[in-house]
Design a protein around this ligand. Structure first.
Ligand SMILES: [Zn+2]
Length: 294
C-alpha cells in the first residue's frame, strides 16, 4: 500500500508538470533559431540537458530538433534510436557522445547564452502549471554541470536554488516572478504571461478574501453588541424602568431591538432626525448601564 501511495504521488507530480511543460517547450521550438545561436542551443541540449552527451527523450520533436542542429553545426547525421520505457512507452535516443564539443566557446553573445539556457530546458527542464503550483526546474547529470549552469543563470540575472534528488542535481525556482523572468529569457512568452496573469489573479483574490474576512469580523461584532443591547432593553422593560425613559431613549431602543445586526452608524441613520455614531453609542451605553444598575 505504501509503495502504491508513493507511486501515485510520483505519477501525480509527473502529470502536473507534463502538460504545461509540453506547451512551453512547443512554444520554444516554434521560435526561429538565429545562425549564431545554433551551437549554444545544441550545447545546452546535449551537454547540460543530456547524460554522457547523449539524449533520451519521450518527445520526438525535441530529438529531431537536436538531430537537425547536429547536422547543421557539425555536418554529421546521427540516427535516432528507439527504446521501450518502464511503462512500455517509446523513448527516443540520440548518441552524441562522439561529437567534438568545445566548452570554451559555449556562448559569446547574450542571444546565444539565452539559447544555451533554452536548450538545457528543452532536454532536462520542467515547469509546473501556475494554477496548481509555482515551480521551474532543471535536472542535471552531476554537480559540476549544475554549478556551471547555475553560474550561467546568475550571469543572466536569474537567482536559482540547488538541491540533490539522486541521481540528479536539481536547480529550481519557486517564485512566480523568477519563473516568469526565466521563461521570458527562453522566449516562452505565452508561458511567461500565464505565470504573470495567474500570480496577479491570486494576489487580487487573496486581497478580496482578506477584506471579506475583515468585514465578516466586523459584522460578528455588530451582532454580538446588538444581542447584548436587546437583552438590556428586555430587562428594563421587565423591571418597568423602560416606561420612565424619555422618548429619545425609547426610539433608539426600538430601532436597536428591530436591527440587532446593524452597526452604530447604520442605526443612527434610521433615527429621525439622524444621529451621529457617537450619539448612538452614548444612548445605547446609557441603556446598558441602566439595565446593569436595575
Ligand atoms: Zn546568438
Amino acid at each position: 500500500m505504501v509503495i502504491f501511495g508513493i507511486l501515485n504521488l510520483i505519477f501525480k507530480r509527473i502529470i502536473i508538470f507534463m502538460s504545461f511543460t509540453s506547451e512551453v517547450k512547443t512554444e520554444m521550438m516554434e521560435n526561429k533559431i538565429k545562425k549564431c545561436c545554433r551551437y549554444a542551443l545544441l550545447f545546452g541540449m546535449i551537454y547540460y540537458g543530456g547524460k554522457n552527451n547523449s539524449l533520451r527523450q519521450k518527445n520526438l520533436e525535441i530529438i529531431t530538433m537536436a538531430k537537425k542542429l547536429i547536422y547543421s553545426v557539425f555536418g554529421i547525421s546521427i540516427e535516432i534510436k528507439e527504446e521501450k520505457g518502464i511503462g512500455g512507452e517509446t523513448i527516443y535516443c540520440l548518441d552524441a557522445s562522439h561529437l567534438p564539443f568545445d566548452k570554451s566557446i559555449e556562448a559569446t553573445k547574450s542571444c546565444c547564452e539565452a539559447s544555451l539556457i533554452k536548450g538545457a530546458f528543452l532536454t532536462c527542464g520542467m515547469v509546473s502549471n501556475p494554477n496548481r503550483s509555482y515551480q521551474l526546474e532543471f535536472a542535471l547529470e552531476n554537480s559540476i554541470k549544475a554549478e556551471a549552469f547555475k553560474e550561467i543563470l546568475l550571469n543572466n540575472g536569474i537567482n536559482i536554488k540547488q538541491t540533490q534528488r539522486p541521481p540528479q542535481y536539481v536547480l529550481y525556482a519557486k517564485e512566480a516572478e523568477s519563473i516568469s523572468d526565466m521563461l521570458t529569457l527562453m522566449c516562452a512568452i505565452k508561458g511567461s504571461l500565464c505565470y504573470i496573469e495567474t500570480s496577479v489573479e491570486k494576489s487580487v483574490k487573496n486581497r478580496i478574501n482578506r477584506s471579506l474576512n475583515c468585514e465578516n469580523a466586523n459584522m460578528d461584532k455588530s451582532i454580538e453588541a446588538g444581542m447584548k443591547h436587546r437583552k438590556a432593553i428586555r430587562k428594563l422593560k421587565e423591571k418597568g424602568i423602560f416606561e420612565t425613559l424619555d422618548q429619545s431613549m425609547k426610539d433608539i431602543a426600538a430601532i436597536r431591538e428591530q436591527n440587532p445586526e446593524m452597526n452604530l452608524e447604520q442605526l443612527g441613520q434610521l433615527l429621525k432626525p439622524p444621529l451621529s455614531k457617537s450619539g448612538v453609542y452614548h444612548r445605547l451605553k446609557k441603556l446598558f448601564q441602566l439595565s446593569e444598575e436595575s
